[in-house]
Ligand binder design. Structure first.
Ligand SMILES: NC(=O)C1=CN([C@@H]2O[C@H](COP(=O)(O)OP(=O)(O)OC[C@H]3O[C@@H](n4cnc5c(N)ncnc54)[C@H](O)[C@@H]3O)[C@@H](O)[C@H]2O)C=CC1
Ligand SMILES: N/C(=C\C=C\C(=O)O)C(=O)O
Length: 487
């Protein structure tokens, strides 16, 4: 009889202790479709316990000096870095992404998030103005908000969770975090390092479970004055409704329908590999991924031929395969949703140039039930199609020709989202002009995803509210007070 492997059992982390839960949710390995882990299905009770712990820890932690908090954050970064390989293996197994990407992007960036905010907290200054004619001076002071509720998604699990935890802690808040129920493992591993790093009990509490149960309990709790959320637009709407009666501070980092605009003078040798990567990195499961490619008519045929050739070389493989560029999608339901967009495009008369339904996917026998899909390029599609309007969040991108600068700006802006755009041209004037006119929180020109953590990150329109980054995260995770002194 074949031995059954024990499932990995996660526990909540509240008040510095691992605590079991009454019920659990199955968590799947996306590369095999098998259950391999069980995640606590927490609810109101666990949130109450976490709030109590975070409330008790707040006076102590918020009175530490920035230097003392920075020391703890740096130590946490060191410990994460020492566990890089173990964390990368876990992230890849839990999420489906390639091990190579987890090793080179997810975990290094998680380390960097702690180091970055550990350093930046030492350099904030406050404002002061004078009114000499009235014998007054005015200055501002900032204080941490209190208990920060942090809700993160499944696509970049530890990367995006730490992008919220680090600035919240650095500013002196205590934290209750709820990672996605689909990818909870690396957050649980992080909990094991907190005590070693010197994080006092109750400063960071991580409560696992689903959005509707534990997520809503966190968002609705009257003692949690601030919610930072990354995820989908419909969930953001629900969070906004639940927060409204309490006037909570909200940071919402949501989806995109990101255009790449490729002018005839673009350097295609650089643009094509970068646009393959921006379309299909992490299985297309990054809110910044390109999903509409506008190409100037005079180079359309050449671009398309070369882009499809390069896409066919973007290998789909098991996450541990070092030659694979792409692993498995997050879940069966998500795979079906992404595939349904390709079917819809076909039914509208579009052409599938490569990928889904056109090419064959080769996988080992044990991965046949995994959630894999080939990178897919769609052409001959109308701007009004749902494939050109809705966030697909998978390895599907649409390519379409354009004539003029004015036309392409109008078409690129003609969606409800406004997160990230790329512009490819060697004309400096044009690059500045177009970047300014795009309704997009981020514009990368002649590159993609070069991140400057100092500067604001976030979207316009339905892509969210607020920005993250040094100044913006500090402002968000603190309350400001203006004090006037008459002398
Ligand atoms: N940053 C982004 O742009 C992301 C966008 N998405 C988009 O969302 C689609 C659906 O993915 P989901 O995992 O369902 O995203 P989601 O927005 O439902 O999940 C993100 C986080 O919110 C939590 N959540 C869900 N419902 C909640 C509620 N009512 N109250 C509080 N928290 C709640 C989830 O448990 C998870 O931790 C994807 O296909 C993609 O289009 C998903 C993840 C990240
Ligand atoms: N928020 C997301 C990506 C952020 C990337 C970054 O901060 O570098 C997302 O995909 O949801």
């Amino acid at each position: 009889m074949a031995a059954t492997k024990a499932l990995l059992m996660l526990e909540n982390f509240i008040d510095g202790k691992f605590l079991p839960c009454n019920s659990y949710i199955d968590s799947y390995d996306p590369s095999t479709g098998e259950v391999y882990c069980r995640v606590p299905d927490s609810g109101k009770e666990e949130i109450e316990a976490a709030v109590e712990a975070a409330r008790r820890a707040f006076p102590g932690w918020s009175s530490w000096s920035p230097q003392e908090r920075a020391q703890v954050l740096n130590k946490l970064a060191d410990l994460l870095e020492q566990s890089l390989e173990e964390l990368a293996q876990a992230e890849s197994k839990d999420q489906g992404k390639t091990l190579a990407l987890a090793r080179t992007m997810d975990i290094p960036r998680s380390v960097q998030n702690f180091r970055f905010f550990a350093s930046s907290i030492l350099h904030h200054t406050s404002e002061c103005t004078q009114m000499d004619h009235l014998g007054c001076m005015h200055y501002t002071v900032r204080t941490p908000v209190g208990i920060a509720g942090l809700i993160s998604p499944w696509n970049l699990p530890l990367y995006l969770l730490t992008w919220k935890i680090a600035p919240a802690m650095a500013a002196g808040n205590t934290v209750i975090a709820k990672p996605s129920e689909l990818t909870s493992v690396t957050a649980w591993m992080l909990c094991k390092l907190l005590d070693k790093a010197g994080v006092p009990p109750g400063v960071v509490n991580i409560v696992f479970g689903t959005g509707p149960r534990v997520g809503e309990a966190l968002v609705s709790h009257p003692e949690v004055p601030l919610i930072s959320f990354t995820g989908s637009q419909p969930t953001a709407e629900r969070i906004t409704q639940l927060s409204a009666p309490h006037c909570k501070k909200l940071s919402l980092e949501l989806g995109g329908k990101n255009p790449a605009i490729i002018f005839e003078d673009a350097n295609l040798d650089e643009c094509i590999p970068a646009t393959v990567r921006s379309s299909f990195a992490n299985q297309g499961e990054i809110c910044l991924c390109t999903s509409r490619i506008f190409v100037q008519k005079s180079i359309y045929s050449e671009f398309l031929k070369r882009f499809v050739e390069a896409t066919r070389k973007w290998k789909v493989g098991v996450p541990s395969d070092p030659s694979a560029s792409m692993g498995a999608l997050i879940s069966k339901a998500h795979l079906e949703k992404v595939r349904s967009y390709v079917k819809k495009a076909l039914s509208e008369g579009a052409r599938i140039q490569c990928g889904e339904g056109v090419d064959k996917l080769h996988l080992p026998a044990r991965n046949q039930a995994g959630y894999f899909m080939l990178p897919t390029v769609i052409t001959d599609i109308k701007d009004e199609s749902c494939c050109m309007k809705e966030e697909i969040f998978g390895p599907v991108t649409c390519v379409t020709p354009f004539d003029s600068e004015e036309e392409v700006i109008q078409r690129a802006n003609n969606v409800k989202y406004g997160l990230a755009a790329t512009v490819w041209s060697r004309d400096v004037g044009r690059v500045h002009r177009v970047a300014k006119k795009l309704q997009s929180g981020l514009v990368w020109t002649n590159c993609w995803l070069i991140r400057e953590l100092n500067l604001p990150f976030g979207g316009m329109k339905s892509s969210g509210i607020g920005r993250e980054g040094v100044k913006d995260s500090y402002d968000f995770f603190t309350e400001v007070k203006t004090i006037t002194v008459k002398h």
